[in-house]
Unconditional design. Sequence first.
Lengths: 218, 218
Amino acid sequence: MERREISQAVIMRLPRYYRYLGELLGEGVERISSGELSRRMKVTASQIRQDLNNFGGFGQQGYGYNVQYLYDEIGRILGVDRRHNMIIVGSGNLGRAIANYANFERRGFIVSGMFDIDPEMIGRSVRGIRIRAMEELEDFIRNNDVQIAAITMPKTHAPEVADRLVKAGIKGIWNFAHTDLVVPEGVVVENVHLSESLMRLSYRVCSMEDDGNGSFSE
Amino acid sequence: MERREISQAVIMRLPRYYRYLGELLGEGVERISSGELSRRMKVTASQIRQDLNNFGGFGQQGYGYNVQYLYDEIGRILGVDRRHNMIIVGSGNLGRAIANYANFERRGFIVSGMFDIDPEMIGRSVRGIRIRAMEELEDFIRNNDVQIAAITMPKTHAPEVADRLVKAGIKGIWNFAHTDLVVPEGVVVENVHLSESLMRLSYRVCSMEDDGNGSFSE
């Protein structure tokens, strides 16, 4: 299997497969048919077969998928079998919410440091993770082999912080600031724009009110 | 213009247009060509023309788009010109982050109440918004004409809370719990699954490391 053969649409869906397979494992389910997975995930069985065939086809006719194998394989593809050192820049509520989310650690994302410009916050800890001054940012990244940084600060400072992160060697930015960051090739940005998500919800609620039908044309 | 003619793909992009147009207004820009908007948004000019033609074509050859008109029109389509009463169920860091984000109010999303099961939290306030006991949930929704609820509590309780919200009349659920909610027709769910977002980032960072190229095949 060549990683580059997988389409972005499939990649977007992989984390959801990973979640469902993890839940099945938790229930002690060893094998599952595409039909049963389809009922659980509310995706057509043909979509599931098509998606999972991208990985060489783990399924066998009339036998179903091996849940543990598929879970491990998708985890490997997503890179959650590796350790990723991560920092959080911005120790407000959003930064603390992420620092407190211990589940990320089970996926290999280890938050090793937090940073803030607010002197009130510097020196405090969140779940044992120390909040440091922005002056320490570059040294910390280099000394601790940090690859991923979450930006959870207001958008005015985000572009400048992103530049510093990239220069210090960060490879992936998880951007919660409500602005689009410009990064050089070789660095990836994953945006979580909460306002935009809320506006999409608002659109769908209003569509419902206007015509009693929230469905979309395609 | 018929709302139902707009494709989901365009709707997904509208909030981003809305953000850029708002920034242009803030800079005092009155008119903009699709070419200039294309450079700013890093989207092709033809994509922009195609998207904005969905709304009857506000642009005029050689003249550009009227920024204020387009901003207002898209705002109207997204429903951010109306008031939406909203509650937040779960007053942890994530719930507080949302409650503290005053920008949502400028878009018409008024957080009127927060709810929690933790007796330690009940009675406290976040930015003047009182945290209430879960027993008050249904009455509060009915008495305050609440249409939207954010679920920012752990996934174990989320399905049960979603059922209560729907029965009390909630039309839109902004779901941060890491599970898929089942709701009846007429109710919409917008998911923000942070773990899945982080896994997508991880995949792209790993792809980069493996082949020096984070791009996707399509």
